[in-house]
Design a protein around this ligand. Structure first.
Ligand SMILES: NC(=O)c1ccc[n+]([C@@H]2O[C@H](COP(=O)([O-])OP(=O)(O)OC[C@H]3O[C@@H](n4cnc5c(N)ncnc54)[C@H](O)[C@@H]3O)[C@@H](O)[C@H]2O)c1
Length: 282
């Protein structure tokens, strides 16, 4: 089973990148979003992605051709009528996912495979709404897909082996390193390691054990890693870090308070704003 025609539902930050990555690797890619305003925002994001791909791969003509090959629509039935694979990247809310899959299940062909890009909801939370749990699983991308090109493939107990393998094959044909997640796991592989790692670093900081630069230096010299935890916080963004820490234990809540008062309230949100734990010139 080779998946070719691909439709992305929800063409926001990640959905636009998924569309672009798929088109860049030569597959027909269609994007669906709910309003004309959302589609128009997607058009601008796709234009920016031309620059990102041209710079990263050094082939502007190919990036431009990928951009021009992408179709966008607000008509769901039209968007999925020829899809072999539908990748859902709508907001991280179970209610929105439920509505989306119920509408999708009513119009998609019976053989179409559905994959969710959800970060925190498990595929088994969503499977009951799909009407085809054996053809449903997660394909989880990382932000900045062109360079952070992992594709974590994770099924439920009901996902068929054929659907799992077809999505692994799709991931590999679209420039991803397919990560086979063999059992359902909140956080997949990467975030299962990254979240506790970043949390340990934040606890060292708020407990006054060492400052951020010292913690980063220790990690980098000790392991040979290119980035320390606070440099990673700056990439993730301090708003996201704040939301995660706010839901943690007492020490994490102290870290959330520190992020808010020292950084977020002063517009220091990490690399995206030029300053977080560190200052950036680019
Ligand atoms: N942002 C990230 O770094 C990242 C990384 C990996 C996975 N994800 C996951 O990707 C999904 C989308 O995240 P995002 O950051 O791209 O969000 P986003 O808010 O940028 O995009 C969501 C898009 O979905 C559209 N939408 C809203 N309701 C819809 C509906 N009913 N049907 C179709 N489209 C609808 C919105 O108009 C918007 O364009 C989430 O599940 C998130 O967990 C995000």
């Amino acid at each position: 089973m080779q998946l070719v025609n691909t439709t992305v539902l929800g063409t926001g930050v990640l959905g636009s990148q998924i569309l672009f990555q798929t088109a860049y690797y030569g597959l027909p890619a269609t994007g669906y979003d709910i309003t004309e305003e959302a589609i128009s925002a997607t058009e601008s994001r796709l234009d920016t992605l031309v620059e990102n791909y041209a710079e990263f791969f050094g082939d502007r003509a190919k990036a431009q051709a990928a951009r021009e090959s992408i179709t966008l629509t607000t008509d769901l039935a039209e968007a999925v009528k020829e899809a072999d694979l539908v990748i859902e990247s709508v907001p991280e809310s179970l209610a929105i996912k439920e509505q989306t899959y119920q509408k999708l299940a009513a119009v998609a062909r019976p053989e179409t495979i559905f994959a969710t890009n959800s970060s925190t909801l498990l595929p088994s939370d969503i499977a009951p709404f799909t009407g085809r749990p054996e053809q449903f699983l997660a394909l989880h991308y990382a932000n900045n897909i062109w360079k952070n090109n992992t594709g974590e493939v994770m099924g439920t107990e009901q996902t068929s082996k054929e659907a799992f393998e077809a999505v692994v094959d799709f991931a590999e044909r679209t420039g991803l390193v397919a990560i086979r997640v063999l059992k359902e796991q909140p956080g997949y592989v990467l975030n299962s390691m990254l979240v506790p790692f970043l949390e340990s670093a934040s606890h060292l900081l708020v407990n006054g054990i060492a400052d951020a630069a010292t913690i980063d230096t220790t990690w980098k010299i000790g392991t040979g890693a290119p980035f320390g935890p606070f440099e990673i916080y700056d990439v993730v963004g301090l708003n996201t870090a704040y939301h995660i820490a706010s839901n943690g234990d007492e020490t994490s809540k102290k870290f959330a308070a520190l992020l808010k008062s020292e950084y977020i309230e002063n517009g220091k949100l990490g690399r995206a704003t030029g300053e977080g734990f560190y200052k950036y010139n680019d």
